[in-house]
Every structure is written in C-alpha cells, then in structure tokens.
Design a protein. Structure first.
Length: 508
C-alpha cells in the first residue's frame, strides 16, 4: 500500500504519516514534504525515485507523471486497469494527502508582484487531488488537516472507510481546488469591476458557524472572501457574546454607512436602516445628535463610528442599551467604560479591501444577480436648481448629507435632515408619500426648517405638498418623472427649494 503526501501546510502531517507508516503504508513524497518527514525520522520514498525521473524546472514538474497518476486513477474493480498497470510495473496509490501553495496569502501582501503570484500557482497539486477525488471509491483523499485525527485513528484501528466518508473527503478535495482556481481567476481580473463575465464564481472560506440564521429554525455560517481583508467579517470582538446572523447584517450596515462619510460620523442602525445619523467634528456631539434623531428606535440598536470612540462619547452613551458598537478603535478609558455593558458586543473594525468589494451579489431563485456597488462620487455643486429659489449654503450642506444618507436606506426612501443630522426617515414603503408621512411623524417639530431627500423621483406633487405642511424648506431628488413640472410648480408655489441630482439611489 502506498500513501502520497505533498502538502504546503504541514499542520498535523507528522502524526498522520507516523500512523500510516505503522499501518505498513509506504510513504511517497516530494521535496519539502519529504524533507519534513525525513527529519521526523520517517522512511520516505521520493517521487523522483518512484518515477525514475527527476524533478524538473525548479520543482514545477514533480508529480505530473504516468506512474503517479496511473497509480491513483486505476480502477480496482476493472480487471483491464489492474492488468495494464501491472504490466508496466506500476503500483496503486491508496491515499493522497495534499494541500496547495499559498496563492491567496501571497497576493494579499502589499508588495506582491505578478511574478510572485505566478510562482504560487500550484499545478501538480490540484491535478493530483482531482485524480484522487475522481477515484474516491478506491483512493482516500485528504486536503483538510482537521480530518487527519479521525482518519489516523481509523487506520490505526484497522477500520474501513465507508463510501459516504470517502465521498465527503472527495467533495472537500474538489471544493479545495475550486476555491483555489476561483481565487486565481479573481486575482487575474485585477481591479476590474466588470459584472458581465461569461462565467463567474466566488471563493469563500468558512470563518465560523452561527447559532442560527434570521430565525431559530434557520442554520447559518459566516464566510470570508479568499482575497479580501478587513470589514465586518474580520472584526475583532473585544467584548460580549458571539455575533448572530442578524448582528452581522446590522453591524455591516452601520459600518458601511459611516465609512461613506469623510467627516466624523455616527450612525444608529435598526434592522439595517439608519434611524439616527449625524456628522460633526466633535464625536460626542455627533453621537448625541444621532441618538436624538430617533431615540425610541435607538433602543437595542447598533451604533457605528468612523473614528476611534472617545471616553467622552462613551460616557454620553450611558443609560442606552445597544446590541453592538462598531468602530475602528477605542480610547483605553472608553473601552473600560463600554466593557461594563454585559449585553453589548464591542467590535473593532478595519476597512474592507479586496477585489470583490466593488460588487454586490444577491441570490435569486435559480441563480444570482450581480451589480457594481453604489459608490458613485457626486459633487453637489453640479446639481441642478429647478425652482425660483436657490438653496442657502446651509441647505446645500444638509442636502448633501441627506442625499448620502438616503442611498443607505431601503426604498422608497425619504430622509429629513437638519444641521447634518438625520431627524426623520421613511423607508420600505410601497409608495413614496407614505414614506414622507412616516418621516414627518418621526421628526415631529424637528422637521420645521429641515431638508428632504428622496432616493428616486416623485411621481406626484402630493409629497411636495405634504413636505411643505411639515415645514420642510428644501428638497433634493433625482428628477426624471413625467410629472417633474408639476412637482417643480408645487415647490415654487409653496416657496420650497428643489434640486435635481440626475442620479437615483434605490436600495431594495
């Protein structure tokens, strides 16, 4: 019996190999793996000795040989296969242990060059694993070191491997190779944000299993992209119990929102929508304004910061229950204060970097929708004033803030803002005028003198008339309705400023 071992990650390899050797398996290996096993005192046959052919091209050609692949691929249940390899003096290989060059780790280095990437594309390894997995009824295929212990124990006990177990190990091998190839393809695409590839796959590593999904009867897991760094997936949990599925969704929404602002920003999120949002150079003031935007909804919500949390801000948060606090860092005194919250999860988050960060993927029945991210850079000075009145400097500043906030809230979105603070919001309604009513109800007296942003055009003038009743002084919207003239006429009649952006920000 022969076992072929050729791995980059040598975790647990010595123990596995020792058990194989004790069970009378001949260990066959290549370069670095062979040296590792020999150093552990294990007898190893070099692949070059088995094939009578030396490694070539600086090790690029090692296992790519008929003696290796015929030994792996020969079907034991076909007499002609057995006879053919026997006639050529080829022995069967019964176990293949392999994992691949660290391509993702290599190209994730800031100083990685194309040559580094190409040198870390494994050829022989994937071919060997695919061959073994194809013939899994006869060949045991190991790619995951976490499987070594139970396999080693089974071999030491002289037990057999059931077909279902062999099949699962083969599945893992094909998945391992598929992820590897996907990562390479994604890397070679470079910084392209193209969404219309003839074929498209995404490579993810499981980070952890979650307690359950959105509801207790749903299972869930967390995955990271092979070429991405940072983001909510990689956030450090500094305090609190493990994150749930909805915790990750809400925390990601909060982090994405504050990350869209260059100024010091604070957001309070509930069910992925911002119920409070403000920017101010003083973080404590920004937090207080965000909280006061909708203090009722803030209870049990998620708070996001785009600057390290100060002790003054942490003190200002006293007395309010939050499920999660997410920020790029915390002052030592702030963390000491916040850690007194037994139920609050405290996350330290870094910005996400990676080739798939510019894509949005959404499953639909039978497949998926893929689009580029809504990250267009807009200059408010280019927006078109369509009313007789032009905005004041303060109104334009608030409209720019409200417009940026609107793209992060579910359609049909209405945002009311004053002093770069969210004072009212309506979202997810089947018609826009209902969203206006909700925003006015939430804002109350704070609506007076505020500005209103709408993620899409107004189909009727009723929303403008309702806004005027609430004391709103300016409106920013994309424009583009067949009734734009009616909306502009209503704004002029009601002495409201209106600007068209020419850009829509639906978020379904």
């Amino acid at each position: 019996m022969k076992a072929l071992l050729s791995v980059y990650d040598k975790t647990g390899l010595t123990e596995l190999a020792r058990s194989l050797s004790a069970a009378d398996y001949e260990l066959v290996s290549t370069g670095g793996t062979a040296a590792h096993l020999s150093a552990a005192g294990l007898p190893v046959t070099q692949v070059a000795d088995l094939t009578s052919f030396p490694e070539m091209l600086d090790g690029r050609v090692k296992t790519l040989h008929p003696i290796i692949h015929a030994g792996i691929l020969a079907r034991r249940d076909i007499a002609s296969h057995r006879a053919e390899i026997a006639s050529r003096g080829i022995d069967t290989i019964d176990i293949v242990v392999g994992n691949l060059y660290p391509f993702a780790q290599t190209v994730s280095q800031e100083d990685a060059e194309l040559e580094d990437a190409l040198e870390n594309i494994d050829i022989g390894g994937p071919t060997m694993l695919r061959s073994a997995a194809k013939n899994f009824p006869s060949v045991l295929t190991l790619t995951d070191p976490s499987d070594y212990d139970w396999v080693r124990e089974r071999i030491s006990d002289g037990g057999e491997f059931e077909t279902a177990e062999r099949r699962e190990l083969a599945r893992k091998a094909f998945q391992h190779v598929a992820l590897y190839d996907t990562t390479i393809a994604r890397y070679l695409a470079g910084d392209s944000e193209q969404v219309s590839w003839p074929e498209l796959t995404f490579g993810y590593h499981r980070v952890s299993d979650l307690r359950y999904g959105e509801n207790p009867h749903q299972s869930a897991s967390l995955y990271s992209h092979a070429l991405s760094r940072g983001g909510i997936v990689s956030a450090k949990l500094l305090h609190g119990i493990d994150m749930s599925y909805t915790n990750y969704l809400d925390a990601d929404a909060a982090w994405r929102i504050v990350s869209d602002f260059a100024e010091t920003a604070v957001v309070v999120v509930k069910h992925t929508n911002a119920c409070g949002l403000a920017v101010h150079r003083d973080q404590q003031i920004a937090y207080s304004r965000a909280f006061e935007g909708d203090s009722v909804s803030a209870y049990g919500g998620i708070v996001g910061f785009n600057r390290p949390v100060t002790a003054d801000t942490a003190n200002a948060m006293r007395g309010v229950l939050y499920d999660i606090i997410a920020a790029p860092g915390y002052e030592a005194d702030a963390l000491k204060i916040l850690r007194r919250r037994r139920r609050t999860r405290i996350l330290e988050v870094e910005g996400a970097i990676g080739p798939c960060e510019g894509l949005e993927i959404r499953p639909v029945s039978g497949g998926a929708l893929v689009q580029s991210a809504d990250d267009i850079s807009e200059d408010p000075s280019t927006w078109k004033v369509v009313t007789q009145r032009a905005p004041t400097e303060a109104q334009l500043r608030d409209m720019a803030f409200a417009w940026k906030a609107a793209k992060h809230i579910k359609s049909n979105t209405i945002v009311l803002a004053k002093e770069e603070t969210l004072v009212g919001m309506g979202a997810g309604q089947p018609n826009r005028v209902t969203s206006v009513r909700l925003a006015l109800e939430i804002s109350g007296d704070k609506a007076n003198g505020s500005v209103m942003a709408s993620d899409a055009f107004f189909p009727f003038a009723d929303s403008i008339e309702l806004a005027a009743q609430g004391g709103i002084g300016a409106v920013v919207q994309p424009g583009g309705s067949i009734r734009d003239d009616e909306c502009v006429e209503a704004a002029n009649r009601l002495d409201i400023v209106m600007l068209f952006t020419g850009t829509r920000h639906f978020r379904h």
